[in-house]
Design a protein around this ligand. Structure first.
Ligand SMILES: Cc1cc2nc3c(=O)[nH]c(=O)nc-3n(C[C@H](O)[C@H](O)[C@H](O)COP(=O)(O)OP(=O)(O)OC[C@H]3O[C@@H](n4cnc5c(N)ncnc54)[C@H](O)[C@@H]3O)c2cc1C
Length: 697
């Protein structure tokens, strides 16, 4: 067997005696080439030292707090095999350079890894039910083949049933991580019984939502409208969220007669009423409170804020009302008729709408389904008003003394930001071993560092095992290797994912396919398997984001009007409006690694940005990923205040096929945070002057 490889600190420019702030591996861990081993933090930058080869970690020679310089031995790597000269003699510097040898021509990723449908950063929690098992019912479960936390592939068996006639395995409809198992050996089940929930990985879902690129779905001819209906439109839009109202307005602008069906009084769907907009209104307030605290270090002391919850709530409401009333006005101006009530397909051309004043029917030549998604509730929890979802959290009924947030993804962490600023002691519990799983670890680190100091606790790799309602609060028990003792909370906020509303609209009566996860598959023209029926937004797939829904809505409306349009966005950016914000687009490093795509990475630490320092916020990082050789932009990630605004430049650059030179030669105004994008590109080009340029091979 080859001698263990000594992995040393590579060339890190002019830095010396840099402290180690995190050791990311333990003896016995298997690492792949380029996996990060330790994180160093100088006064200017945070940097990971990657493994120069694949192997098993032997002995750790350093620990957190040690200071290191180029050549310091970090650890030994067993079984590293060929390429042993990659370390121990300084040659490891090459492997650690941000530039990686090129030979691939990857396409930019078309789907971001996390979205608002996946608060834990997973794609969504899917309930798996017993499928159609013919005439069998009350069949005993003889084996449960998985445990909570197990990873399963699509089609992996989950449980075995044994009737008097047959033994049958129930396979997983998706790949993902098993969450809550709802039954045990000896239980009897029938079609529809809940087996467990799986946090899916969403693999294979493109930016076009449900269908892989260019997929042509099987189509069935549109039958003529049977009988008469109370209303008729050329285009009926089913649901008035950002996808639905955009589709309705665009179709009307293209000269079509449009009816918009909505079950709630207010138009705007989740985004305007209980999602994007109210959450951002509250996050703005949270930022003001945090800034007034931070001002102390800048020579200004404000008194502690007095929080008037009624005033805060009515301000948030006024923002929502202004936007939703605006939609009413825009619908009127365009002569879009709004029919209010809960719709259900009764045939391929008719929707029955149950409203407050009774039922009505609406027939259509074409339909655009935009019925969105709903929050997932974990099974087996008590029915207690102190257990809330994001909609309840946005109501800010009170400021709980102790708040538990279940789900460390985007929604959970945004709500944590709000309640922490208002004064709650916030605890976050996340099943996976990372906050916002799916996002690159280096982008999450500054966020985690900041909130670790502020929040009561953050429990990763931990699951809520039970919640019991008591007079003095909600008694919560936890499971997992690092699980804390049971604790009592004043409120529990569930932020564990969203589920598409596909199974709730009577799609089968229209012949529209709904997959086992509840999504409606569509092609690039947003057509379902029934060619005159389109679907858009959360109901067609990940990422569940408003800006995806609106763009898909326009495509569907234009196709209805006979245009040759299709949805071909290169990427859909993701933003967590936490403090600091985390934003990314295109290919992520995590995804590149998983898919074996070689990338050239360039990062600019905000500690070297004059604007960031003048804001008192130097923890940010702007990272760009380029195609080796051509240096075409493939992806970007930004963490820091306003990252959500900054990421837009990189999305535009990706859409235009820009490369590092384009970005570095673009004159960014000074001093702005936007400069960090130009600087990161200069890091790739080697033309940076605000830092030492990284050495290239
Ligand atoms: C707390 C929170 C914060 C969020 N923040 C952001 C953010 O900052 N940025 C972002 O991009 N995304 C965010 N999202 C996600 C975003 O809200 C959704 O992606 C977006 O609303 C999806 O739009 P949609 O048009 O597909 O559906 P929806 O907005 O869900 O709208 C669907 C509409 O259809 C109606 N409907 C459903 N079924 C029926 C029926 N049978 N009959 C009649 N009407 C029906 C519903 O009432 C609803 O109005 C957030 C979500 C949440 C929960």
């Amino acid at each position: 067997m080859a001698d263990p490889l000594e992995v040393r600190v590579p060339d890190i420019g002019d830095f010396a005696d840099v402290p180690i702030i995190e050791v990311l591996v333990s003896p016995g861990d298997t690492v792949a080439e380029e996996d990060p081993l330790v994180t160093l933090e100088s006064d200017k930058a945070t940097m990971d030292v990657p493994s120069p080869a694949a192997g098993t970690v032997g002995e750790l020679k350093v620990s957190v707090g040690d200071t290191v310089s180029e050549g310091t031995v970090l650890l030994t790597l067993d079984g590293a095999g060929a390429g042993g000269d990659a370390a121990g003699d300084g040659a490891s510097a090459e492997a650690a350079e941000p530039t990686v040898a090129e030979d691939a021509t990857p396409q930019p990723a078309t789907d971001g890894p996390a979205s608002y449908g996946s608060e834990a950063g997973e794609y969504e929690a899917i309930e798996v039910h017993v499928p159609d098992i013919g005439d069998f019912s009350d069949v005993p479960v003889i084996e449960v083949m998985v445990h909570a936390g197990d990873t399963v592939a699509e089609e992996d068996p989950l449980i075995t049933l044994e009737s008097d006639k047959a033994t049958m395995d129930v396979p997983s409809p998706v790949a993902g991580t098993v969450r809550d198992i709802a039954l045990k050996v000896g239980d009897t089940v029938s079609e529809g019984t809940l087996i467990l929930t799986v946090a899916g990985t969403g693999a294979g879902v493109g930016a076009n939502g449900g269908a892989p690129d260019e997929q042509r779905l099987p189509s069935v001819p549109a039958p003529p409208v049977e009988g008469t209906a109370d209303h008729h439109a050329e285009v009926v839009v089913f649901g008035s969220g950002p996808g639905g109202y955009t589709a309705a307005f665009r179709a009307a602008d293209l000269g079509l007669k449009v009816i918009l069906i909505e079950r709630y009084e207010r138009l705007g769907g989740v985004c305007l009423n209980v999602g994007c907009i109210p959450s951002k209104a509250l996050l703005h307030v949270a930022r003001m409170i945090a800034e007034s605290e931070e001002a102390k270090g800048q020579g200004i002391t404000f008194a502690a804020p007095e929080i008037d919850l009624d005033g805060l709530r009515s301000w948030k409401e006024s923002v929502v009302a202004r936007l939703t009333k605006g939609l009413d006005g825009l619908a009127k101006q365009r002569k879009v008729e709004v029919v209010r009530g809960t719709g259900t397909f009764t045939s391929p051309n008719v929707i029955r709408v149950e409203g407050a004043d009774g039922a009505t029917t609406v027939s259509f030549d074409r339909c655009i389904i935009a019925a969105g998604s709903s929050a997932v509730r974990l099974p087996g929890l008590p029915d207690d008003p102190r257990i809330i979802d994001s909609t309840g959290a946005l109501e800010i009924e009170d400021i709980p003394g102790k708040l538990l947030i279940v789900g460390g993804g985007i929604i959970g962490l945004e709500m944590a930001t709000v309640y922490d600023a208002l004064g709650s002691a916030v605890t976050v519990v996340e099943l996976m071993d990372q906050l916002i799983p799916g996002a690159d670890k280096d982008l999450i680190r500054p966020l985690q560092k900041r909130i670790t100091g502020r929040y009561e606790a953050i429990h990763l790799g931990t699951k809520v095992a039970s919640i019991e309602a008591a007079d003095d609060g909600l008694r919560v028990t936890f499971e997992g290797e690092k699980a804390p003792e049971a604790q009592t909370f004043d409120r529990v906020l569930l932020a564990v994912g969203r589920r598409p509303n596909g199974p709730r609209i009577g799609a089968e009566a229209a012949g529209v396919l709904v997959d086992e996860r509840g999504f409606i598959p569509v092609d690039r023209q947003m057509r379902t398997n029934v060619p005159h029926i389109h679907a858009i937004g959360d109901i067609v797939g990940e990422p569940m984001l408003a800006h995806k829904a609106t763009h898909e809505g326009k495509v569907a409306a234009e196709v209805c009007a006979g245009h040759h349009t299709s949805f071909d966005a290169q990427t859909i950016p993701s933003v967590a409006y936490t403090d600091p914000e985390v934003a990314w687009m295109g290919l992520t490093e995590t995804d590149a690694k998983a898919r074996g795509i070689e990338v050239e990475k360039a990062s600019f630490p905000w500690a070297a940005s004059g604007r960031a320092l003048s804001l008192g916020r130097d923890e940010g990082v702007t990272k760009l990923l380029f195609e080796p050789g051509t240096r075409r932009l493939l992806g970007a990630g930004i963490v820091g205040p306003n990252a959500g605004e900054l990421i837009a430049e990189t999305v535009h650059a990706l859409e235009l096929g820009a490369d590092a030179e384009d970005l570095s030669l673009t004159v960014h105004p000074h001093p702005t945070l936007s400069e960090t994008i130009g600087f990161a590109a200069e890091m790739a080009e080697g033309t940076i002057t605000d830092l030492m340029p990284p050495r290239r091979r």
